[in-house]
Design a protein. Structure first.
Length: 200
C-alpha cells in the first residue's frame, strides 16, 4: 500500500499544486493530512474541494489553526474526505488512528483518554500496520527539537513507547519539515507541506 502524507499547507496554492501533482504521479492508495491546511480556518473549502477531486480516500485531522467541530462539519460535504480526530480508519492491512489539534503542551489529558480507546484497537489488530496521524509531534525526536530543546508531547511519546505503532505522521513545527526519526521501532515523520510518499 502506498500513502501520500502532508501537513501544514496553510492555504498555500503552491503546496496544494505540489500535492495534487504528486498524487497524480504516484497514485497513492490513501492520502493523509496531519492538519493546518488553513490559516485560522480560511480557505478550507477551496483546498478540500481540490483534494476531493483526486478521487482518493483522504484522511485528515485538524491542526491548531482549525477547530475540530468546524473541520468535522465541513469535511462531511466531501465524499472522499474523512475527518478522523479521535477516531480510526481501517483499510486492508492498515489502521490509521487520528488525533488533531494541540502542539503546544508537554502533556495532554484529552489525548490520554483517547489513547485508551486506541490501545484497544491496536490490541485487536496486531496483524495490521498501525499509523498514528497527529498534528503536534511526540516528545524527544528530531521532529520536535527547536533551538536545542524538545517541545513535543510526552503523553504521545509514552503511548508510542507502550504500543505497537509502525508510523507517526505529524507536523506543527515548520522548522522540521521533512525530518524523520524513531521512537523505539516506530518511524516518526514530519512530511511537510509538499508531501512524502510512504510505501507499506
Amino acid at each position: 500500500m502506498k500513502l501520500l502524507t502532508f501537513v501544514d499547507t496553510h492555504t498555500s496554492l503552491r503546496a496544494l499544486q505540489r500535492i495534487i501533482k504528486k498524487a497524480r504521479k504516484e497514485n497513492p492508495d490513501l492520502i493523509l493530512c496531519a492538519g493546518d491546511i488553513s490559516i485560522f480556518e480560511r480557505g478550507i473549502g477551496y483546498i478540500l474541494f481540490y483534494l476531493n477531486k483526486l478521487k482518493k480516500p483522504v484522511l485528515i485531522v485538524n491542526g491548531n489553526h482549525e477547530r475540530g467541530s468546524f473541520m468535522r462539519r465541513v469535511c462531511k460535504s466531501f465524499q472522499n474526505i474523512t475527518f478522523i480526530h479521535k477516531k480510526y480508519y481501517k483499510n486492508g492491512n492498515i489502521i490509521v488512528l487520528g488525533y488533531g489539534g494541540g502542539g503546544f503542551g508537554l502533556r495532554d489529558a484529552k489525548f490520554k483518554r483517547t489513547a485508551k480507546k486506541f490501545k484497544k484497537i491496536i490490541n485487536q489488530n496486531k496483524d495490521k500496520k498501525i499509523i498514528l496521524l497527529i498534528h503536534g509531534p511526540p516528545y524527544g525526536t528530531k521532529v520536535d527539537k527547536i533551538a536545542g530543546q524538545y517541545s513535543g508531547n510526552k503523553d504521545i511519546t509514552d503511548f508510542i513507547k507502550n504500543n505497537k505503532i509502525d508510523y507517526v505522521i505529524c507536523g506543527h513545527l515548520h522548522e522540521n519539515f521533512g525530518k524523520r526519526d524513531k521512537i523505539k521501532k516506530t518511524i516518526v515523520i514530519n512530511p511537510g507541506p509538499y508531501g512524502k510518499i510512504i510505501k507499506l
